[in-house]
Design a protein around this ligand. Structure first.
Ligand code: NAD
Ligand code: TYD
Length: 336
């Protein structure tokens, strides 16, 4: 049985990945969930696994060299989800993004190298490629051209790991996925923010004209892709993960409004995000041809199920949308 260290396990994608690893359908994995529980980390996301003898949780920072070293001694595979992940927060301050996303990745990689751990899967993002015009797709050969402090920090980690592979033969594999949606996403990102605002009777803040395009993938498809790469990917390679599902923000907004029986008066067009990337679109041919993975969730069904999840889990998100969150919301959206 291999032991997988899942960092950032208490966040959105991390907790869905832990669920996949512990499900009957996956191989026999033992999971060490490691997370410092920042504003985005939530132990409630992992409460289903308490008492499972293949699961343990350790509260720790990926920048803490001693703690990481202690844990790494028991690990066979690392999957690094831990990150500061929100573009808007990186515009307000980039400090934590540089610390966690770059230095934290270095700490993990150094420790994995010392312990001669097996594979290291770095969960990166399509945002490292920058923005596309109206046509074309990101491939694994597209030059990195990050535009936000968030994507610049993720691109830096990718570059560092590339160099570790080249110099030290470090067994890293990088995945670059498009925008995820699904259960347990923190309500600062587009879909859960808009759904929960409407459930609270508030308006939804659409940046600029709302004609930006994202290539949305269900989080469970992303998690299956990461697992497939962990099991079948080639060390030193990069794999793009996407669902061939480009959507304008304004169209997603309309779908959410319709589902919740609200009209357009709930839309508030607010000042655009500085440096806002206009379009992302992923070519994931390599995943299909070399790994045999393809996304399975149809978008309208996936969005429907996600909205229903937020409707049925009001305690989960209302506990979050208080205190610290309110301060962030005020800073981010007041006077916009
Ligand atoms: P998230 O913000 O929901 O979760 C991040 C988790 O990391 C939180 O639980 C947080 O507590 C933890 N964390 C942050 N700093 C830490 C530190 N220093 N030490 C230990 N833990 C720390 O993010 P997410 O949406 O689940 O994204 C996970 C990963 O996937 C990120 O690396 C992100 O760049 C990448 N990614 C996300 C998307 C997306 O659409 N959400 C798309 C592609 C790639
Ligand atoms: P987001 O979920 O923050 O993901 P990313 O910036 O990583 O793509 O945003 C998705 C899209 O939605 C992006 O084009 C910005 C837009 N957006 C809004 O229009 N209003 C909002 O309040 C938020 C959070 C995002």
């Amino acid at each position: 049985m291999s032991t997988v260290l899942v960092t950032g396990a208490a966040g959105f994608i991390g907790c869905n990945f832990v669920r996949l690893l512990l499900s009957e359908a996956s191989g026999d994995y033992r999971v060490i969930a490691y997370d410092s529980l920042t504003y985005a980390g939530n132990l409630a996301n992992l409460s289903d696994f308490e008492g499972n003898d293949r699961y343990s949780f350790i509260k720790g920072d990926i920048c803490d060299e001693e703690k990481v070293d202690e844990v790494m001694a028991q690990v066979d595979v690392v999957v690094n989800f831990a990150a500061e992940s929100h573009v808007d927060r990186s515009i307000l301050s980039s400090r934590e993004f540089i610390r966690t996303n770059i230095d934290g990745t270095r700490v993990l990689a150094e420790s994995a190298r010392r312990h001669k751990t097996g594979r290291f899967i770095q969960v990166s993002t399509d945002e490292v490629y920058g923005a596309l015009g109206p046509s074309g797709y990101f491939t694994e050969e597209t030059p990195l051209s990050p535009n936000s402090p968030y994507s610049a920090s993720k691109a830096s980690a990718d570059m560092l790991l590339r160099a570790y592979h080249h110099t030290h033969g470090f067994p890293v594999i990088v995945t670059r996925c498009s925008n995820n949606y699904g259960p347990y996403q923190f309500p600062e990102k587009l879909i859960p923010l808009f759904v929960t605002n409407l459930l609270e009777g508030k308006k939804v803040p659409v940046y600029g004209d709302g004609r930006q395009v994202r290539d949305w993938i269900h989080v469970e498809d992303h998690c299956r892709a990461v697992l497939a790469v962990m099991e079948k990917g080639k060390e030193g390679e990069v794999y793009n993960v996407g669902s061939n599902n480009e959507q304008y923000n304004i169209d997603i907004t309309q779908l959410i409004l319709e589902h919740l029986g609200k009209d357009e008066s709930y839309i508030e067009h607010v000042t655009d995000r500085p440096g806002h990337d206009r379009r992302y679109a992923i070519d994931s041919t390599k995943m299909k041809e070399q790994i045999g993975w393809e996304a399975q969730t149809e978008f309208k069904q996936g969005l429907h199920d996600t909205i229903e999840w937020y409707l049925n889990n009001k305690e989960w998100w209302s506990a979050i949308k208080t205190g610290e969150y309110l301060k962030y919301y005020e800073k981010q959206y007041a006077n916009r």
